[in-house]
Design a protein around this ligand. Structure first.
Ligand code: DQQ
Length: 539
């Protein structure tokens, strides 16, 4: 359907057609990044789930490969669901995934490459003794899924965790294994949080307290903190907590009880779900993949013949300045797509103004921007006890003394359509600034069959920091990283006018008092090659 084809991405991963959801088993092997994903080969809606597979040298340019695993056994007849890869010290690859059986029971299965010498890992073998795990007593047969990457215990066993629930309490079960075929259920739970419901796609990994390097999943000790992430089936968002992992008691304890697993911090305050990290031993970093769904109707998905994209992989590290949140940032490889750049220095935006940013087209962009509020206004603005949350606000139209200000992306010349990515700043007690970062989708499209929310969250802005923003724009996708990736917001937007050459970029300042000074670097982005598979490419 060519009318809707502009919404396809230029540099975000997507299959040629049909439905995609969770990222599965990401890893780096013999020079290639492997990416598997939940895929419906038969249509643009969820169902008939199997594992799609693609490989890349840089996670930007992809080669699609044949389906890695299909639903051909009693133990995965209703779906080859989400799973994770573990690379053993001897280089062997272990894939654990959830199967929905012929009776719709959720079980865990083991698979491995048929030919480990094939860097593309085209063929996969399912272990004949599958399933290796069935729901334990007391756990619902449909509440037991998404095994993690395994990590080593100090006694040399492998440990995994699997999400579940007990009534409305989200829980993570823990198993130890020596051979990935037989498992011992540990007493107790890695974590349990009341009221959070089913925990899907649990992820558990260490981050360094010392530097920006990522760590292998098995690293533990004084120099690391642990991160636990859950995907809440009930509200469809990915929540993480930072804390400590006690191997002996098999327990994760969050640093801050308010920010426990499933109730505090989110990876992304927009649309981003079922994410999964892996350790990239090639470049010593931890990378995060997340499923970015659609905000349009199922009807529109069927009409366009596809649904969902994947985020640009993000590096994840502990924010060593705050110590209390992660930093996410698009992998450096995406910068290889940068073409011409336009630089704008010290643009002044008066209260209540919109300034056109003179670049050619604005559908494929990488934007780096910094903003400052004029000091005089900051000083004379009275302290206020206003509370602001993006979702309950009037979006970019709600005016305060010091904000909102930011950028209008995917806008058309006449401003019939635009999607503000903005900061809202409040001068609180003792002159401390409280900052929110939000994306306002309410005027993103004149179409009426799409969801248009105002989303975002508080973002720490430390003393002497400017307000900073990185935005990737790719047709219907906007990924925004505020303050170096402390707060991230991804939007899917479906403009009808701001498409192709008609898309524009604007600076705006809707504050009533402050003048904002902005400096921007805007790159036009090349399209990535995403190539279909041809059988003769196999060898
Ligand atoms: N998607 C998979 C499940 C997982 C869910 C099925 C999360 O394994 O819990 O497609 O989106």
């Amino acid at each position: 359907n060519s009318m809707l084809s502009w919404q396809r991405t230029a540099f975000h991963f997507q299959p040629e057609k049909n439905w995609m959801n969770d990222p599965n088993g990401p890893m780096y092997y013999k020079g290639w990044y492997h990416f598997f994903y939940q895929y419906n080969p038969n249509g643009a809606v969820w169902g008939d789930i199997v594992w799609g597979h693609a490989v890349s040298r840089d996670m930007i340019h992809w080669l699609h490969l044949p389906l890695a695993m299909v639903a051909d056994q009693w133990y995965d007849m209703q779906g080859v669901w989400t799973g994770s890869a573990t690379i053993l010290p001897n280089g062997e690859i272990i894939m654990l995934y959830t199967g929905s059986t012929n009776e719709s029971v959720q079980v865990q299965n083991l698979a491995y490459p048929a030919d480990p010498s094939d860097p593309l890992l085209v063929d996969w073998i399912k272990y004949p003794g599958n399933p290796v795990l069935v729901p334990p007593p007391g756990i619902g047969t449909k509440d037991f899924r998404d095994p993690t990457t395994a990590w080593l215990t100090s006694e040399g066993k492998w440990r995994i965790t699997i999400g579940s629930k007990l009534n409305k309490t989200g829980i993570a079960l823990v198993y130890d294994t020596e051979d990935f075929k037989s498992y011992e259920l540990k007493e107790g739970l890695l974590r349990a949080v009341d009221g959070t419901g089913m925990w899907e796609c649990v992820d558990f990994f260490p981050v360094s307290k010392k530097n920006e390097n990522g760590l292998d999943t098995s690293v533990n000790g004084d120099e690391v903190k642990h991160v636990m992430k859950v995907s809440l089936d009930d509200d469809r968002h990915d929540y993480y907590a930072i804390g400590t992992y006690d191997e002996k008691s098999v327990l994760f304890t969050p640093d801050d009880a308010k920010n426990d697993v499933g109730v505090g911090l989110r990876y992304d305050y927009g649309i981003f779900y079922a994410s999964k990290t892996f350790y990239d031993q090639n470049k010593e970093r931890r990378l995060l993949w997340g499923w970015i769904g659609e905000s349009d109707s199922e009807y529109a998905d069927v009409a366009k013949g596809w649904a969902s994209v994947q985020s640009i992989p993000r590096t994840v590290e502990l924010d060593r300045k705050t110590g209390s949140n992660l930093l996410q940032w698009p992998v450096a490889e995406v910068e290889s797509l940068r073409l011409r750049s336009d630089e704008f220095k010290n643009l002044k935006a008066k209260p209540g103004s919109v300034v056109s940013i003179d670049i050619e087209t604005a559908t494929q962009l990488d934007i780096v921007a910094e903003f400052e509020i004029d000091k005089e206004t900051l000083e004379k603005t009275p302290e206020s006890n206003e509370e602001y949350t993006c979702g309950n606000s009037g979006g970019s139209k709600q005016r305060g003394a010091l904000g909102p200000f930011g950028l209008l992306v995917l806008a058309d010349e006449g401003l019939f359509e635009y999607t503000p990515q903005y900061f809202y700043v409040i001068k609180g007690s003792n002159g401390n600034l409280k900052t929110s970062f939000c994306a306002d989708q309410s005027r993103s499209s004149q179409a009426n069959d799409v969801r248009k929310q105002i989303v975002g969250s508080a973002v720490p802005v430390l003393k002497d920091e400017k307000f900073s923003l990185r935005i990737l724009v790719d047709h219907s996708i906007v990924e925004s990283f505020a303050q170096g990736g402390r707060t991230v917001v991804t939007s899917r937007v479906y403009p009808t006018k701001a498409i192709y050459g008609a898309a524009r970029l604007f600076l705006f300042n809707n504050a009533t008092e402050a003048t904002v000074t902005a400096s921007l670097n805007v790159w036009q982005m090349n399209s990535a090659f995403i190539r279909p598979f041809h059988p003769d490419q196999k060898n």
